[in-house]
Design a binder for this molecule. Sequence first.
Ligand code: AKG
Length: 288
Amino acid sequence: MQLAVQTETRSEPDHVAQFHRDGYAVVRGLFTPAEVAEIAAAFDREYAAGLAHGRSFRHGNLYYRLRKDAERGPIVRLAQWPSYHDPVLAKVRTDRRILDLLQPLIGRDLKQIINQLHWKPPGAKAAEFAFHQDIRFRRPRSAYRNPAVSYVQTGLAIDPHTRESGCMRLLPGSHRNGEIALPVEGAIGDNAAAEAALATAGLDPTKLVDLKLEPGDFAMWGLFTVHGSGANDSKRDRRFYLNGYVRASDCARGEWAFRGGRPCALGWPQLVTYEDLFVRPEPHFPPE
Ligand SMILES: O=C(O)CCC(=O)C(=O)O
């Protein structure tokens, strides 16, 4: 008797194919409107807490960055690691749906490097991110192995992201070119997303794609994908919840997010990006 041999062809999920091809991918409506409303309320609590400090503030890994905006006065640009104290935000970072998307890309033993809220209040001009690759922030380099294939940055849209509201703009395929010398003076978050910087680096700004998102949409991009974002010229906030994950075996730093696919709660803060965590863990106002 002859046995029929069945050959099974397994195709990659769409987001995996797009991530590998373009250096980014989008999954629409990953979080429901009710979930987004709950997360939006957590954003508002964090904004008020950050603003109340009056200037940038740090306590361990928790950090609020404030800036003066010509139109709006002091604004909170971002909060890092609010998940140590906010259960709504903490729940998102280890959501099963996120693991299901990440697993085919970087596995199910994952540490987390970024847990960050971004605000662009309506009309805020001082809210841009100059064009860059996130690899520039992954320091020390020796702590990150195989960065092109071991790391996924994610962003959950809380509000509509459009060109007018300062959506991210990405250069598809740029992740294949390694580290690119993109001219910028000072901090990425204190500089405009100038297309001229791309041209200076030999990149074609006409190839930029607007990352248009609706609330609940979920974006993923890699450490080498060139991106930036402009001011918010719309009449509403543009909030974005960023969580960045790395294959644990490829990274010497970070907070565990998933071990063997199981979610890991945050405990005592671990060394992630704040170099003085064990030297100056107490609350303080860092230099701007
Ligand atoms: O919030 C944004 O638009 C910018 C995000 C970004 O560029 C980054 O986090 O690297």
